[in-house]
Design a protein around this ligand. Sequence first.
Ligand code: DX5
Ligand code: ZN
Length: 224
Amino acid sequence: MKDTAIAPSVLAADFANLQRDIEMLNESEADWIHVDIMDGIFVPNISFGIPVCQAIQKHAKKPLDVHLMIKSPDDFLEAFKDAGADRLTVHYETLSHLHRTIGKIKELGCKAGVALNPHTPVSGLEDIIHELDLVLIMSVNPGFGGQQFIEHTYSKILKLKKLAEETQADIWIEIDGGVTDQNASALVKAGANALVAGSFVFKSPEPLSTISGLKKMTASKQRN
Ligand code: DX5
Ligand code: ZN
């Protein structure tokens, strides 16, 4: 069984002190560094792009978990690989040829993930899940940090866990949006094994202890 991965999102970091915040994550119990790329087209917000990802890579000592919320991810896979991505997650809603895109991500030597918006059913992954390393379930509508967690997420986790078991797919089930100490244990009990947390980590007075708190409360909570 996989240990639960905690992936703080730098979207909520202090961009004027990015190096300091990445160094804090290096020292923390975080497993991955979540990097949110938004293009202002697929989602109604622009975060940052390739040069900032390169700057993060320069200081990061942990794998970069890159979440592409962009309309044409195929055009930028290689650039993000070169900018340090270890995992590349693309949105199901943006791709007509998802199978081809997943193949390209793997050819680049990255782990391949697919993200599902809150309205996108898990069942759409039935014929691709065995090719994936990770499925990211959006627990808010993508585009902004600090939003309210959508409770329906739990039933999507249960469906995805069942699909993964039926197809013997060894995937990370990652939850993104509105994750706090109030829902982290329950998410892991439902079947999640990777949690993204932006505001909860970076807006807390002690981000290091907030991360270790999340790590502790999600350890050995997983279902078999
Ligand atoms: C939202 C992003 C999230 C965001 C989470 O579109 O994909 O990764 O940073 O932020 P919080 O944890 O503040 O909801
Ligand atoms: Zn994200």
